[in-house]
Design a protein around this ligand. Structure first.
Ligand code: BGC
Length: 754
């Protein structure tokens, strides 16, 4: 009894002390920050607001070079007080360790007040700038898994493999919405849906910032690129966006809000303009939306030279100094400058002239120092190399493989041509058939994706993975089809003798504006090749390995099976081949709408009048998703088994705002193979003051079902959380009326009373 009592007292004491300790340590950090700020000169403070590229401190000035030139670093840190650097390429861990160790030592010795530097990097799908690391699928594929575990693991493993190397700050996750299929960064997003992006982004942040195995280190993630960056009218990167405020609040804000609520430490701004105002020059978007309305109190960083772009591209400032004035007034904390000291010089002048107050500078410096304290950089600034065996483990590779497998979307499978179990003779075609880089896309080993030879020897291409999967089959690789008329007959009969033809096409890697295109159709040469091959009587499987849904409408009838593989990463080839062979039952579902036409595109959650026909019945028919202008719809994805949905029930058919309604449905695996299956719940708000999307994803979960097994899945509808939408000022509207719950082809309605 005494023991229990004393344990109880100890516990109460700990509980009482906890908030006090947290409070005390916050106070002590605040007072240390204040002390530092009191001691720092203006120029020193401006240094904390500056982030310079690696090319300013490496030996060659080339991006690839991760070898420090100490003199350059000493000059920038001793004389210009630079507080942050960024970038690099995939070099071995020991090279990163040596570089970061030297750089940190210089910072600790040369910085006037012993302020550590913070290093930023783009480890976008795993530690993509580290040789030997684990590379997960890109975000568009993670979206297709509809399984937040994979996003969590991507964040977790990235932290695990990089924290020791001094990579304190990762410019991920991308919280933009992939709503414009031309946009060359759509593969960096989790897809077009704000709820999916919110859940995936949140899981990433929890995995990355919440990884406790990296002790004593802590890391900062970045939500980027705030916001509405992804919906330019032209489809080209960094071009203008025109958008209403209601849509900003309803669609583009939630994915950022979700990660802010999850405690993300930094936000990077959109390089482009919204409604005529570049985001970097907008007090309304930065201070108004992000800080005041959304409650973000962490560090806001510009994107690459975006202050310069206010002069060169947006032309809202006459010169660089005026651009600095606009951006600092708008509310940025750190400028990814990244190639000169003009920012430091200009900002110093602005303060000396009294145009920017020292108090304004202190606000940003306080946030930057707070970030450095929060990450423990003052106590543990140095990298370590005694546990580099954490990098590229088999356990991590299996996590990447599982993510890749669940991300492959089977969209057509005529006469069950797949899976292909007994094949003796396969002919494989197409530009992605034997390519490692195409499976990964940009931000892999290098900005635009590494050269083919840089990829690990043991990484599979589709060709080598097929060999491994079918060791006794003959697998012929024909990367370019010859259209030679003289040999046509002979060639087609060679194809006719094969058991299966596979065409792996799509896109080569690109990142940002380098990937701008004017035509979303699949490259004409690939279309011609596929058409040519389809003359054979042998079944033809098309695999699209691409960052965007390239239009395949002209050829889809000519292929027997179609897989959208997206950018599945290092384990992608194995995942694709596992799906082809049936070792993996596919479970990916499209996180985007797959366009049918070059001239018409709407996302799945479009407005009813987006598909306006004179006859509203016809329009409604299309709008409700029973038919569509898309080739494939958001959520489409086949399996080697069949799932049947039954008994959709709602716990009530009338509710009040404070009630909770439970929807439940039974899902049965009616086929004869086991499978993972993502269950997607949609809601339609029939009538709204602001026109409502035809349907919206509101809940999803991934389940596993053995053949014949039935599971009941549920969805709790809490009106304030689930049915509210914002007005044009971001105020929540909860309107009474009829709502439809939709799952698979079932639906049921209820009424919200007020
Ligand atoms: C991209 C960002 C990236 C930054 C640093 C920019 O060009 O837009 O997404 O984080 O470069 O590499």
């Amino acid at each position: 009894m005494r023991k229990i009592r004393s344990a109880f007292l100890t516990l109460s004491f700990i509980l009482l002390c906890l908030p006090l300790n947290a409070q005390q340590s916050a106070n002590s950090v605040d007072s240390q920050i204040n002390e530092l700020i009191d001691k720092m000169s203006i120029y020193e403070k401006i240094g904390q607001m500056t982030q310079l590229n690696i090319t300013m401190i490496n030996t060659t000035g080339q991006q690839r070079d991760v070898v420090l030139d100490p003199d350059k670093a000493i000059n920038l840190i001793r004389n210009h007080h630079i507080g942050s650097f960024l970038n690099g390429e995939a070099v071995p861990a020991e090279v990163w360790f040596t570089y970061m160790d030297q750089l940190t030592r210089i910072a600790m010795e040369e910085s006037a007040h012993g302020i550590p530097i913070i290093y930023g990097i783009d480890h976008m799908h795993g530690a993509s700038y580290l040789a030997g690391s684990t590379i997960f699928p890109q975000n568009i594929n993670l979206g297709a898994t509809f399984n937040i575990q994979h996003s969590y693991q991507t964040g977790w493993v990235t932290a695990y493999e990089t924290a020791d190397l001094g990579h304190h700050w990762n410019f991920a996750p991308v919280q933009d919405l992939g709503v414009n299929p031309l946009w060359p960064r759509i593969w960096e997003t989790y897809g077009e849906d704000p709820y999916l992006a919110s859940k995936m982004g949140r899981a990433y942040v929890e995995g990355y910032q919440g990884n406790e195995e990296i002790y004593p280190y802590k890391l900062a993630a970045t939500a980027k690129h705030f916001f509405a960056y992804s919906n330019p009218a032209s489809g080209w990167d960094r071009t203008p966006v025109q958008i209403g405020y209601q849509a900003l609040h309803e669609f583009h804000r939630p994915p950022f809000q979700a990660v802010i609520d999850a405690g993300i430490k930094t936000v990077m701004l959109n390089s482009g303009e919204i409604n005529g105002i570049p985001v970097h020059a907008s007090e309304e978007f930065v201070n108004g939306f992000l800080r005041d309305q959304m409650g973000f109190d962490g560090v806001i960083v510009t994107d690459w030279d975006d202050i310069g772009k206010l002069v060169d591209f947006h032309k809202v400032a006459e010169n660089y100094k005026e651009a600095v004035y606009l951006a600092v007034k708008a509310g940025i904390d750190i400028n990814m400058t990244p190639l000169s000291l003009d920012f430091n010089k200009s900002l110093l002048e602005l303060v000396e002239e009294g145009r920017i107050s020292e108090e304004r500078i202190n606000e940003s410096v306080r946030r930057v120092l707070k970030l450095k304290f929060d990450l423990g950089l003052f106590d543990n600034p140095f990298p370590r190399n005694d546990r580099l065996d954490r990098i590229g483990t088999e356990e991590s590779r299996l996590k990447a493989l599982a993510a890749a497998e669940e991300s492959i979307v089977l969209l057509k499978n005529e006469n069950q041509v797949l899976p292909t179990i007994d094949v003796q003779n396969i002919i494989l075609f197409g530009p992605s058939a034997n390519s490692k880089r195409n499976l990964n896309g940009g931000w892999t080993l290098a900005w635009q994706g590494g050269e083919e030879g840089q990829y690990p020897d043991d990484m599979h291409t589709i060709y080598t993975a097929l060999h491994e999967q079918y060791p006794n089959a003959s697998i012929e690789l024909i990367e370019h089809v010859s259209f030679d008329e003289a040999n046509r007959r002979e060639f087609i009969s060679q194809l006719d003798n094969a058991d299966l033809l596979i065409y792996a096409g799509g896109e080569e890697p690109y990142t940002e504006f380098i990937g701008n295109i004017t035509d979303l159709r699949l490259d004409q040469n690939q279309i011609d090749e596929i058409n040519y091959l389809s003359q054979s009587s042998t079944e033809l499987v098309l695999i699209i390995v691409a960052g965007r849904p390239r239009i395949v409408t002209d050829i889809i009838q000519n292929v027997d099976a179609f897989l959208f593989a997206g950018l599945p990463g290092f384990e992608g080839a194995e995942a694709i081949v596992n799906v082809l062979s049936g070792k993996t039952n596919p479970s990916g579902r499209l996180p985007i709408t797959y366009p049918q036409h070059t001239g018409h595109f709407v996302t799945y959650n479009h407005k009813s009048s987006d598909v306006y026909f004179f006859n509203p019945d016809e329009a409604n028919h299309i709008a409700q998703g029973s038919e569509s202008t898309a080739l494939f719809q958001f959520g489409d994805g086949l399996s080697y088994t069949t799932y049947e949905y039954s008994n959709l029930t709602l716990s009530a058919n009338q509710i009040n705002p404070n009630d909770t309604l439970t929807a439940s449905v039974e899902v049965t695996n009616t086929g004869d193979v086991a499978g993972f299956h993502s269950v997607l719940w949609f809601i339609t708000n029939r009538v709204g003051t602001y026109t409502r999307p035809v349907k919206e994803l509101k809940h999803f979960e991934k389940i596993h079902l053995n053949p014949g097994e039935t599971k009941t899945v549920t969805f709790e509808i809490n009106p304030r959380a689930t049915l509210t939408y914002p007005d044009q000022n971001g105020n929540p509207l909860l309107e009474s009326g009829e709502f439809v719950v939709r799952i698979d082809s079932l639906s049921s309605t209820f009424r919200l009373n007020k």
